[in-house]
Design a protein around this ligand. Sequence first.
Ligand code: ZN
Length: 160
Amino acid sequence: MTRPLWAPWRLEYVGGADEQEGCIFCLALERSDEDGLVVHRGERAFVLLNKFPYASGHLLVAPVRHVGEFGDLDADEALEIHQLASQGIGALAQTYSPQGYNLGWNLGRIAGAGVTDHVHLHLVPRWAGDTNFMPVLADVKVLPEHLAESRERLANAWPS
Ligand SMILES: [Zn+2]
C-alpha cells in the first residue's frame, strides 16, 4: 500500500475533519467553483474533483439533490450523471490522456463510501503501471499536480 508523502489537501482535511458540518457535496454546490473544486455544473447533476484522489483528475459526479439512496435517483438525474461522466471522460482525455477509466459507485461504508448520504459516481483515470483498482480505491498516492490546477485544466477542457 502506498501512503501519501506530500498531500496538503489531505492534511487540510485531516486537520479539519472534526469541525466540518454538513454534506461535502451540498457545501461544494454553495461555494464558488474554485473553493468547491467544482469542474462542471449541470441542471440536475454536477462534477467535482475528489479532495482525496486516487489519481490526478479523479472526478466525482453527483446529483444536485441530496439523495442517499441509489434507487432514489430519478430517471433525469441518472441520465444526466451518465452524460456528465461521459463529458468528464472527454475532458480527462484532452487533459491527461489516460489509457483507461474506472467508473464506480461505492454504496455504504463497507463498500468504501466516505460519504454515505449523498450518492456519487467515481470517475478515475488510469494509466499503465498504476496500481490495481482495489488498491487504488483503498488508498491514495502522491500526486504530482495540485487540485486547484487540476480543476482549472479540466474545467477549461470540458466539452461544450
Ligand atoms: Zn448533500
